[in-house]
Design a protein around this ligand. Sequence first.
Ligand code: PHE
Length: 455
Amino acid sequence: MANNSEFSSKLGIIAATVGSAVGLGNIWRFPAETQANGGAAFLLIYVVCVLFFGIPVMLGEFVIGRAGRSDAINSYKKLSPDKPWWVAGLFGVVCSYLILTFYMVVSGWTMEYLYQSITGELFRPLEGVEEGSNVQFLQRMDEYVSGVWPPMIWTWINIAVCGLILSMGVQKGIEKASNIMMPMLFVILIVLCISAMTLPKASEGLAYFFNPDFSKITPKVWISALGQAFFSLSLGMGTMITYASYFKKDTNLMQTAVTVSGIGIFVAILVGMIIFPGVMSFGLEGESFKGSTLVFVTFPEIFNRMWCPQLWSILFFTLLAVAAITSSISISEVSIAYFCDHYGMKRKMATVIVMLPLMVLGALSSLSNGVLSDMTLFGFTIFSGCDALTADVIMPLGALIMSVFLGWFAPKNLIREQLTNGGKLKGYFVAPVIFLLKWVTPIVIVIILVTSLFT
Ligand code: PHE
């Protein structure tokens, strides 16, 4: 079945698509990955991955979604009715659901931190812990994340908020929320960035972030940067296929992909320009500031040493919450669109069917940071396993299948038709895009995936 929903304007399309792309991936995941992978070298490879793999793959998803005009699975079925390419769409639906299980938990942390910033609790010294020391925020985070009820309840609240927006539909829910939230996000980001530039060692932080040490570029950096590029552009799991099915006939796909990717890079750079000056200025580059807790420990610590900590932390966690919500709704929409299009289900019903089991899975993921932390497989908990599995394996695989399909097996004129809107737009970039999808993207993804198995 085809869907008949559509975004109402060009701006709405950009806001919703950027809303999907700019999320916890840029703000929570990016600085942690950058720090784990040698600073500026990682940034450089990340930008290369966005330009040469991110943009073509995003265009590929746009082509499939707008031509198929349906959810991720059915769009493939429409374009290639008697071949099993739709399996790539199925991958997407499953992968998006796995992502949601931990994404909703981290979004929940964000809301708790926003709440604690508003009440001032975040900056109240913990008893028995040396005051003014970094350990304060680390301990607070550890205790919070490994707790049972508060992180679980925030996960549920977050799922409910997203469900509410989604149940209102494509224009009145997704588009409207994005139109309000995205401008807010940019204003906050720029204010924070300006204030970070006034920190005492801002220039050292910028040097760490912008001067690459080429000896640090290893296969592991490539894998992580590619995973980060796909994750932060919402690729490889049907999100962009689903959103493109709501694009208009005259939407310029190339322009949209370049704008969204450009803004994605810009946001990641701004976030780095906020965090690394802070880290350097206050000597926070120790071991304890690595991994998934980085933004929840390092940022409060930075704010705590600035004038009016509460103000900055309210701004920052609002930013994070807004980014998380607009991305969460796009990830959930992959499954909701599937139920609506495939089973002809009403939107509200589909939303309930997707969100209710998520409450259980999200709770399990949240508990895996605490009471269920011993439940591991290959050293991964439910939470960290879903993150690594999706970003480093399933998303690149999804992108691989899609580019092989488009580059080699799809109807001959499909890409040209879609990228030029049936000949109305200039098509000089069509050949390079086809070349990248046919040769470069699949080969590089295979090399990176195989290398990752042996390193
Ligand atoms: N791009 C989002 C982020 O950076 C995450 C996401 C992944 C959204 C996959 C949709 C699909 O946070």
